[in-house]
Design a protein around this ligand. Structure first.
Ligand SMILES: [Fe+2]
Length: 269
């Protein structure tokens, strides 16, 4: 609050950025540098938060039991052919809430409810664990598809024990052929109390410039938010995709409706 010595808040997911906005802990920044480095869908229209990196909510598919092209959209996760074959973490996790919110934005609440019921009916087990635990479950034959953020593939490949999990899956970028893959961000915001406001804004600007964006790209397996900077060689090797152009501010506004649907269909039960 007002006594905080912090100038900036760094966190992941639009949901968490939205929370600091709703708690009135951050202030608007109007910077031409930030506005030109960051595409408009990845920053708050009023300058209350700014994206630093983007990450896809991907589908991971068994490279033994799922054929190339057998699933290309989020919508198909509700298809009966996947009965007993899907693993995911909790529907209430911010990563899944944002995906469900994006489904509401594109299809409306009623259609999203039907979809979510369909996905639930296809689950191999009750939602549990984190994104990497689902890829492990694919490796162990518990399920054939899971939902997960793209950077976990890089993290698993860096981990001696988890490399075999990563090698059991292909990473897919759903809806690349139509409305685009759902992406979320890691981001930053200037605190209301910021004691070093001018320098904090300089740091924000630096972090969205080419030098810092290249460092992010090389080290954390995410996509640079600045379109002038390319992803790392490993990340680029996973393939190109089209990102959903829906503003994240819209997704933030639908998160509560998404959480209600998760409860209504008892997704986690
Ligand atoms: Fe994460």
């Amino acid at each position: 609050g007002a006594n905080s010595p912090a100038d900036l808040v760094f966190t992941v997911d639009i949901g968490r950025l939205n929370e600091v906005v709703e708690m009135d802990l951050v202030q608007a920044v109007n910077s031409d540098t930030l506005n030109s480095n960051i595409p408009s869908q990845y920053r708050d229209p009023e300058g209350l938060w700014f994206g630093l990196t983007t990450r896809t909510r991907s589908i991971y598919a068994s490279n033994e039991r799922v054929k190339d092209g057998e699933i290309t959209t989020y919508e198909e996760l509700a298809d009966e052919k996947w009965k007993g074959r899907i693993c995911t973490r909790s529907g209430k996790h911010p990563y899944n809430l944002a995906l469900i919110a994006s489904m509401i934005a594109h299809h409306g609440e009623a259609e999203t409810e039907t979809w979510l019921k369909g996905v639930k009916a296809n689950l191999a087990r009750k939602p549990q664990g984190n994104d990497r635990a689902q890829v492990k479950a694919i490796y162990e034959g518990v399920c054939d598809l899971s939902l997960g953020n793209n950077y976990y593939l890089g993290k698993m490949l860096q981990d001696e024990e988890q490399t075999k999990w990563a090698n059991a899956v292909n990473i897919l970028f759903p809806n690349s052929a139509d409305r685009g893959t759902h992406v979320n961000i890691s981001g930053m915001a200037l605190t209301t109390s910021a004691p070093n406001k001018a320098n904090a804004i300089k740091l924000m600007e630096y972090l969205t410039g080419e030098t810092a964006q290249t460092m992010y790209a090389e080290q954390n397996f995410e996509y640079p938010v600045n379109p002038a900077v390319q992803p790392s060689e490993l990340v680029a090797s996973w393939g190109e995709f089209k990102a959903d152009q829906l503003p994240l501010a819209d997704i933030a506004g639908l998160r509560k409706a998404a959480a209600k649907l998760v409860d209504k269909v008892a997704f986690d039960q």
